[in-house]
Ligand binder design. Structure first.
Ligand SMILES: [Zn+2]
Length: 632
């Protein structure tokens, strides 16, 4: 929107129709307080017609505007009137945020407060119609519990501002391990449900919550309701036996009871437990058994809550490889974990007039999949949004695991939101807007720097997947020493040099640059740790025990610094965090370091296990030795 005629804030009236509900009232309040923050003028909010002045009218059309899609909106500007209309109340709120952004307000990072510029006069916007390319725009947050209630409240506000419209969460997610992530919507729903409601956001209760809808306590009386392994034995820790009539009846009853008690839930997921232990009984081995059971749940839910969407997760082969003649129900949506199966599910859903397909995403804000080291993925996010739109899917829901890495997460999510609304946007446009607002004095050069940060060297910890000894990693000989290492170092130095130059000339607060610096240094430090690890591997090859030790002591120093940075993420710059995931992979690394120090080979290696407590004292031990040793 270009700047047009000037608008005196003292003349503004915010008006909504008498039928306006919760969301329109909140939209009016957001607009009123935004204008007050920018101009110091408290504009009146009223119902119905007003005389004189310029009215900003908010109106929900309930589907009457056939040119509007989903929660899109139309801003119509005439002489003395700005009319914001949408088919859904949430669309009206989107229109209000669009208007605030037109006036220069931005909220890039959820850990911060929104930024309002100061104006004496506002300018009249131009008329426009905005429809989102992707209908569903949401996140699945970890952790969700009472401890993080206030963080979550702020994040929901930020999501609404950035025109996300869905929160996926679990009523009670079984922790994978003792100190794993906790997702317990029921701990916070009293306080946070109103936050979703006033923004008209969709509550999607799903994720792995099978233990809530199918408690393991059933096992005592009904072991036959639980999955059988290959040897014919049933376990309370396995999945449900989806072909057992009693089990399915119980599941139907529990889902139905929950849906009746929770009218606020718009999408209800029926995910199996996380990826393991499907039943090997004769009937369950037939492909499509899980879908058939979920279809029966959907049939029952359709009777009590016809508008409720039943979400089916296509994830493992048991839930993805379904024969063509077994179709979902028309009140179901398919959530795909893998894009390979999206097209087939879309066809099946369309064949029954169903509620379509949307996708999970593991590489936008998922610190578990990304080993607590999220990359900035502006171009990939754009490609994924375009692919999602081209495939006729409803949207992308990323896992948002580890909210303390807020600097990286906010950036990736900002891009996801912008591209979900408009896949014809470019990275350059979105990044330019970000840099013009965040770093106005050096905007163009910061944009160039961010494009380089997207390609910053990052240690990939996901290969080789089976974690043999370091000595077996071919990359230890090539990637972290010699010419490749020199090139990587050169890249880090170049980034730091550019950043230092910009910080010297920029007029923005230093804390805006601090996360950028920490992001570069975090990657550099991790590479340093791996460089010395690679040198230790080379020393191992020469059978030089002392050199192995001194190299690993250097590795330990860097690992210690990184660990401290991650562990102390609270109040930090949002770059390092997700300690739960970081520690998990650190533990693996240390198990391998310890074996390298002990000069173990494939002959006498110890298999790497999850959270091996034996390495707890390994780092401090190495560092202590380094301090005590006169050689250093
Ligand atoms: Zn079975």
């Amino acid at each position: 929107m270009r700047r047009g005629k000037e608008l005196n804030p003292a003349e503004i009236r915010i008006v909504f129709t008498p039928s306006a509900g919760n969301v329109e009232h909140f939209a009016a309040e957001e607009l009123r307080s935004g204008i007050a923050r920018m101009t110091g003028v408290a504009v009146p909010v009223a119902t119905g017609k007003t005389d004189g002045g310029v009215s900003i009218e908010l109106e929900t059309l309930n589907g009457k505007d056939t040119e509007l899609r989903f929660d899109g909106f139309r801003i119509t500007v005439s002489e003395n009137r700005i009319h914001i209309a949408a088919n859904l109340p949430r669309g009206v709120l989107n229109g209000v945020y669009e208007l605030l952004e037109f006036w220069g307000c931005r909220w890039f990072f959820y850990q911060e407060q929104p930024v309002f510029p100061h104006w004496e006069h506002l300018s009249m916007p131009e008329s426009r119609t905005v429809n989102p390319d992707l209908e569903l725009r949401g996140v699945c947050i970890f952790p969700v519990n009472a401890e993080h209630r206030e963080d979550l409240r702020r994040i929901i506000g930020w999501l609404g501002w950035n025109r996300f419209n869905l929160l996926m969460t679990s009523v009670c997610r079984t922790k994978k391990r003792d100190n794993g992530w906790e997702v317990e919507w029921r701990q916070v729903e009293g306080e946070l449900l109103p936050e979703l409601r006033k923004r008209g956001m969709i509550l999607n209760i799903s994720e792995h919550s099978g233990r809530y809808f199918f408690p393991v306590s059933y096992f005592k009386e009904h072991p036959e309701w639980f999955a059988m392994n290959g040897e014919g034995k049933r376990f309370a820790t396995g999945q449900i036996c989806y072909s057992n009539e009693g089990a399915v009846q119980t599941l139907i009853r529990n889902f139905t009871e929950y849906a009746e008690k929770h009218p606020e839930v718009e999408i209800l997921g029926t995910w199996p437990e996380d990826g393991y232990g499907f039943c090997k009984c004769e009937h369950c081995r037939r492909p499509g058994t899980v879908l058939k059971a979920v279809n029966r749940i959907a049939d029952a839910l359709k009777i009590v809550r016809p508008r409720l969407t039943v979400e089916y997760l296509s994830y493992t082969s048991e839930t993805s490889e379904v024969p063509p003649d077994i179709l979902p129900r028309d009140n179901m949506s398919i959530l795909v974990a893998n894009m390979r199966v999206a097209e087939e599910w879309k066809k099946k859903s369309d064949a029954v007039g169903g509620r379509g397909v949307y996708r999970l995403h593991y590489h936008i804000t998922d610190n578990t999949a990304e080993r607590a080291n999220l990359a900035l993925r502006f171009h990939e996010i754009l490609d994924d949004c375009r692919e999602t739109k081209a495939g006729g899917l409803r949207g992308i829901i990323p896992f948002f695991i580890g909210i303390d890495t807020w600097w990286r997460s906010s950036l990736n999510l900002c891009f996801l939101s912008r591209f979900s609304w408009d896949v014809s946007k470019t990275v350059d446009e979105v990044l330019s807007d970000f840099c013009r607002n965040r770093y106005p004095s050096v905007a163009e050069r910061m944009k160039e720097l961010f494009l380089r940060l997207e390609k910053i060297p990052m240690v990939s910890q996901s290969r080789p997947p089976r974690w043999p000894l370091w000595q077996e990693w071919e990359s230890m000989r090539t990637e972290f020493s010699g010419p490749a290492w020199e090139k990587t170092q050169h890249t880090f130095e170049g980034l730091r040099q550019t950043l230092d130059e910009l910080m010297n000339v920029a007029s923005e607060p230093a804390e805006h640059f601090r996360p950028v610096m920490e992001f570069i240094e975090f990657q550099r430090r991790m590479f340093e740790a791996w460089h010395y690890r690679a040198l230790a591997v080379q020393a191992f090859g020469r059978n030089d025990r002392d050199a192995v030790r001194s190299c690993l002591e250097k590795t330990a120093e860097y690992e210690q610094e990184l660990a401290e940075q991650v562990r102390n993420s609270a109040g930090g710059s949002g770059v390092a965090g997700a300690w739960i995931d970081y520690e998990f992979f650190l533990n693996w690394r240390l198990q391998l370091d310890k074996q390298l120090l002990e000069m173990r080979t494939t002959e006498n290696m110890i298999p790497v296990t999850d959270e091996n407590p034996d390495v707890e004292l390994f780092l401090p031990g190495l560092l202590e030795n380094r301090k005590a040793s006169p050689r250093h």
